[in-house]
Ligand binder design. Structure first.
Ligand SMILES: [Zn+2]
Length: 256
């Protein structure tokens, strides 16, 4: 891969870091049957450093026939460290992890980026230890990494190119990221918007932490999409199959 410079601006790469199969209503109300969805992760190459947005599942699921009762599928080439090494990126060189939230399909790979500082909303960090939600696995994120707890918007590199902003509802402290690139603006939604259809129909999952907040987050994403941003939905297998993997993304070609 080429390296980001002042000339290229921020470069973004997408990776699938495991799959999980769950009842479709977990992702969208009224959904039928079950859906196998990708855990989505992104490398953000900024001239001043590397960031990873969400780290997918832990490599402890690799080779497990029975990943969480057969619902997690983690091929051996999927852990975020393996994905980065395939691009000749040293996982130890990643400076920032941006966790949309701390569920195990989003923070599972944090330990594979040992020198990174974790950027997470303070409310999310605290809720991760509350014991109210079984999708948090503290062994994935309570590992002594430096944690930068933020409240509200945060400009990661100080130049407005990568900004996190709160999109609560799925969890109390969920956040998404806006990225300005030379080919257009990207919004890495995380689980505030699982499918393209969630946004088209303004439809939430059957169970959410806070429905009013969730609706507000969908509305924020909807206005960003209307303004031309490419939305990267959190768990949409159909959309995701159109996103080139492990190669520099051209936002102008992303059909969101
Ligand atoms: Zn998720």
């Amino acid at each position: 891969m080429r390296q980001a410079t002042a000339e290229t601006g921020v470069l973004v790469y997408a990776f699938t870091c495991g799959y999980i199969t769950l009842p479709t209503t977990y992702f969208i109300a009224g959904g039928e049957g079950k859906t196998k969805v990708p855990a989505c992760s992104f490398l953000i190459d900024h001239p001043d450093g590397l960031a990873v947005f969400d780290t997918g599942f832990s490599d402890r699921f690799v080779g497990l026939e029975d990943g969480l009762g057969k619902i997690v599928d983690m091929p051996e080439e999927h852990p975020i460290a393996v994905r980065l090494e395939a691009l000749d990126v040293d996982p130890g060189a990643v400076q920032w992890i941006i966790n949309s939230h701390l569920h195990l399909d989003h923070a599972g790979g944090n330990r594979m980026l040992p020198n990174a500082t974790v950027i997470v909303q303070e409310q999310e960090w605290d809720f991760g230890f509350a014991g109210e939600d079984g999708a948090y696995s503290t062994q994935d994120f309570d590992i002594g990494q430096t944690v930068k707890k933020v409240r509200g918007e945060h400009d990661v590199f100080g130049d407005g190119s990568v900004t996190v902003f709160p999109t609560p509802g799925h969890t109390p402290g969920h956040q998404s990221a806006r990225i300005r690139t030379a080919t257009g603006e990207a919004v890495l939604a995380g689980d505030c918007c699982n499918f393209r259809r969630s946004l088209d129909e303004m439809k939430m999952p059957e169970n959410v932490y806070n429905a009013d907040h969730y609706r507000g987050s969908l509305e924020s994403l909807s206005s960003l999409r209307r303004a031309g941003a490419r939305i990267f939905y959190g768990h949409d297998p159909d959309f995701w199959s159109t996103v080139p993997q492990a190669t520099e993304l051209n936002m102008a070609t992303i059909q969101s």
